[in-house]
Design a protein around this ligand. Sequence first.
Ligand SMILES: Nc1ncnc2c1ncn2[C@@H]1O[C@H](COP(=O)(O)OP(=O)(O)O)[C@@H](O)[C@H]1O
Ligand SMILES: [Mg+2]
Length: 352
Amino acid sequence: MKVTIKNLTKRFSDMTAVNDFSAVIESGELIALLGPSGCGKSTMLNMISGILAPTEGKIFFDDEDVTDLSPEKRGVGLVFQNYALYPHMTVLENICFPLEIKKVPKEERIARAKEMAKLVHVDTMLDRKPGQMSGGQQQRVAIARALVKQPRILLLDEPLSNLDARLRIEMREEIRRIQQETGVTTIFVTHDQEEAMSISDHIVLMKDGFLQQYAKPQELYDEPANCFVADFLGNPPINKANGVIKNGKIVLEGDCEVELEAAKNIAEGREVTLSMRAEAIIVGEAEKACVGTVEEVYVMGKEVLAYVSLGTTKVRAYIDAEKTFDKGQTVNIGLKKRGVFVFDKETGERLA
Ligand SMILES: Nc1ncnc2c1ncn2[C@@H]1O[C@H](COP(=O)(O)OP(=O)(O)O)[C@@H](O)[C@H]1O
Ligand SMILES: [Mg+2]
């Protein structure tokens, strides 16, 4: 099912949690709704589910305007961070429960619940109570319970936040598998960029209630619309250095002149932020963009990371394990086209 969101706004008295938000979610896709805590992700999800009424705007499921429909009538499956299973019920009873409410005959609901339990891999634990299961297993049951009604859309609000790091990775892959097996259109809320990057077809990145960019994960990483998007994605975080455009060059704080083809068209005197991914900085390159000083070299397993000063700014760069550099050594720095961006220092607008 396709979801169309038109100019959606939610205000809580004088606070605008979601601001004029529009997007189309294609049928069968898994979308990550990504952004820092407090940016409006849950508010957005709760408006799609029908738990919250929007202040302005409309929501369509396919061609049907559902803006004024109750959650029950929308046909949504919900999963939250705290599994919210009924502790006194068994796994089977928990998964059956939504069908019981809909008065589905007993035999049919047990058959459907067992099918869902199999899909999420808890079919060997049907008689257990939630308290006898791990967090990951409980979240599997919660997903089965959300899917058993055959919802038109599955909405997950930070479903993995209560799990430890290893289980989180396992479960996010499981959510992807379950989503692909069922083909259900899914919106997955997370503040974890790596989680969003690893499982979604498209990412919606939000900040302060505003949509920042809606794109495929790789496109968000390679072509960020603004400085916030570039900062939010990637590990280690993107390197940033402030500078000003002089004679077609970027002069970074501390008088480091950077020659960058892409910066040649930016107006003289404009204050900019030069953002560089660690893998886009080449230390000891013949074709130099600027000159830097090696401050520190760290060997971390298969990767070698160098801290290099460009003027007064220290940046992280990956270096070839074969190359050796001394502390304090002056080096030529090359910059790749991919992973190097120029933003307006004030507004964060992308300039190059
Ligand atoms: N019921 C509410 N009343 C007042 N303010 C709210 C309410 N719900 C959320 N907010 C505010 O709206 C903003 C967005 O919240 P939320 O959607 O929960 O963010 P997220 O899920 O991205 O962390 C926050 O500033 C939050 O404090
Ligand atoms: Mg939230």
